[in-house]
Write a protein that binds this ligand. Structure first.
Ligand SMILES: [Mg+2]
Length: 236
């Protein structure tokens, strides 16, 4: 079985920065401070990592309980801010996900720094939620690599996973790094916060300006997973 782990922001969709007003309102409510989220380069960070960084910049001491409250308020406010900005599903994403429904040998999961409810809000707003049965999400201040390990465990509970058949699809160096932590190959796409050249510096398996059309996409995956027959005698 081949497994694809999908990042959300900058990979599946762009919210048009609709999370920003929700984040800033939640910071104000939880800490009493005004905060500009633009002071952090957020792409690829988990929601908890963004919260830690936010509190550091504000000079606010934050225990785990406060971090949780912050992230919780953000995800509660997110559904009402998503319609305020013009976002979009990124090129070929819906077509690829639709095509993958015909491929019983490939399973897709989410692997995201969003929380489960934050991910649900975004995917529901952009009508992508039904393409994913499950995934691994930010649950604490742990690294993205820890989310990747949970994602792989989850995939394995559903059946055997081919060693060379695990792919992370993401738009930042953090996606590439977390793929490395689970021995997966990264298909890096420059549709989010990073250019192709920036992504290449982190040596993903592949870096693309955007995802290709569905058949081209599955050909990439299929060719990568095909047994290496070079050096084998040709069939008679
Ligand atoms: Mg991303």
């Amino acid at each position: 079985m081949t497994v694809l782990f999908w990042d959300i922001d900058g990979t599946l969709l762009s919210t048009g920065k609709a999370g920003v007003p929700a984040w800033e309102a939640a910071v104000k409510e939880v800490t009493g401070h005004d905060f500009a989220l633009s002071s952090i380069r957020v792409p690829g960070l988990t929601d908890f990592q963004i919260a830690v960084r936010t509190f550091e910049l504000l000079g606010v001491q934050a225990d785990d309980e406060t971090l949780r409250r912050m992230v919780r308020r953000y995800e509660e406010m997110l559904p009402s801010t998503l319609p305020l900005r013009q976002g979009r599903v990124l090129p070929h994403v819906r077509e690829i996900l639709e095509h993958l429904r015909t491929r019983r040998d490939i399973r897709s999961y989410l692997l995201t720094g969003n929380t489960r409810d934050g991910a649900k809000a975004k995917l529901t707003h952009y009508n992508l939620f039904d393409y994913f049965s499950d995934g691994a999400f930010a649950e604490d201040r742990g690294s993205r690599a820890s989310i990747a390990r949970r994602a792989l465990e989850l995939a394995r509970t559903a059946g055997p996973v081919a060693d060379n058949g695990v792919f992370v699809i993401g738009d930042t160096e953090h996606d590439i790094e977390c793929a490395g932590a689970i021995g997966a190959r990264t298909i890096a796409v420059a549709t989010g916060g990073y250019t192709v050249d920036e992504l290449r510096r982190h040596t993903p398996w592949m870096a693309l300006s955007e995802l290709p059309p569905p058949l081209e996409f599955t050909r990439l995956i299929d060719d990568a997973c095909a047994p290496d027959l070079s050096g084998q005698p040709l069939p008679a």
